[in-house]
Design a protein around this ligand. Structure first.
Ligand SMILES: C[S@@+](CC[C@H](N)C(=O)[O-])C[C@H]1O[C@@H](n2cnc3c(N)ncnc32)[C@H](O)[C@@H]1O
Length: 352
């Protein structure tokens, strides 16, 4: 069994996505969820062998999953009984040593409140797991043990591989905006960069002083500020005003123009776009920038409808692939529902 964290309300989209991924992998099973519980479990088909039983998707390819736990086992924790030993016993039966134990709950109000009220217990659990030598693998590649409390009397134990999961517990990005940030939007771009280009040296090579970016739909300037904080020169395109603090960086120039008509005078390194418009229109715009060679890579937001979001993501994916079908150089495309995204997803498209 696999358990996937997601934003509450997005379970049907994640379940639809997992069903397609399962079929494409030739695996058998089904997704189970309840609306609003902020997680989806994938149950292998009874009697399925090999691939079906052990199927684990590539986390990076999943749009709506915030975190992925594999090798999951349920543990019942009856009230009044010892609530530490059963978890330690199941953890021992996993037959591995882990780098850390992450104690978590789905990102919905009740489970999160419950977890916040269990501090003494979770500390005792960490100590017991360490004493049982379930923890202690010091390698960077060490797997993590997850203990996810679905309720007071039920937990799921699972395993994540740092190479195929989110680096943050529950996939909740721990990123901070600068003190004078003009909007909280900047957090989205910071999380997007950490998600799509997790290696900081790699990111430094691609986004540093001397690089040039166009920020479409830039006002009030949160994304431009993030780019400028990395030394990038930014042309901020928006009819709305850009915050003075952002202009004061002297790296950001404001242009009052329409994002869909704007053309760069010469090719740039980056285009970012946070314009609120029909998602397929934004997808087509981003693909056009890559196809024409106007930028090397782009990060853009796709604002989704409140139903059938997975289908909308597929549609945008199709628009991009169709636009780039005749481009000789290959490209990479990733789309992710970030922690700081609400009714939207964030995409990264790069020409190689
Ligand atoms: C969500 S806000 C962008 C927030 C910005 N990324 C930040 O971090 O502060 C969307 C912006 O898109 C702009 N916008 C909408 N349609 C546009 C268009 N056709 N051309 C340029 N800007 C547009 C709006 O004026 C608005 O400022």
């Amino acid at each position: 069994m696999l358990l996937f964290h997601c934003r509450a309300g997005f379970e049907p989209d994640l379940a639809a996505e997992l069903t397609v991924a399962t079929l494409e992998a030739g695996a058998e099973g089904r997704a189970e969820y309840e609306l609003g519980q902020a997680y989806v479990v994938w149950i292998p088909a009874p009697g399925s062998h090999g691939k079906g039983r052990d199927w684990t998707p590539d986390f990076a390819d999943l749009v709506f999953a915030r975190q992925m736990l594999a090798q999951c086992r349920r543990v019942d924790l009856p009230d009044g009984a010892d609530r530490v030993t059963p978890i330690v016993e199941v953890a021992k039966r996993l037959g591995q040593r882990f780098g850390a134990a992450w104690i978590e709950a789905p990102d919905a109000d009740r489970p999160r409140q419950m977890l916040a009220g269990m501090r003494g217990y979770t500390e005792a659990l960490q100590t017991a797991l360490a004493q049982a030598k379930v923890l202690g693998d010091k390698r960077r590649s060490a797997r993590r043990l997850h203990i996810c409390f679905l309720g007071r009397d039920e937990a799921v134990l699972g395993v994540s591989d740092p190479g195929n999961s989110s680096p943050w517990p529950m996939g909740i990005a721990r990123v901070r905006a600068s003190e004078n940030a003009p909007s909280r939007s900047g957090l989205k771009l910071i999380e997007a960069l950490a998600t799509f280009i997790p290696n900081e040296d790699e990111l430094l090579g691609r986004m540093r002083a001397g690089r040039v970016a166009i920020d479409l739909g830039a006002a009030p300037g949160g994304w431009s500020q993030v780019l400028a904080s990395r030394g990038v020169r930014v042309l901020a395109v928006d009819n709305g005003p850009i915050s003075q603090a952002v202009l004061d960086t002297q790296l950001v120039e404001h242009r009052r123009e329409d994002a869909f008509r704007f053309r760069p005078e010469r090719p740039v390194d980056w285009m970012v776009c946070d314009v609120v418009a029909a998602p397929a229109r934004i997808a087509a715009l981003a693909a056009q920038w890559i196809e024409r060679g106007w930028c090397r890579e782009t990060i853009f937001n796709l604002k989704l409808p409140n139903r059938n979001r997975w289908q909308e993501v597929l549609r945008c994916h199709g628009v991009i692939e169709k636009t780039l079908a005749n481009v000789k150089d290959s490209h990479t495309l990733r789309i992710k529902h970030l922690y700081h995204d609400r009714e939207e997803v964030t995409a990264h498209l790069r020409r190689l």
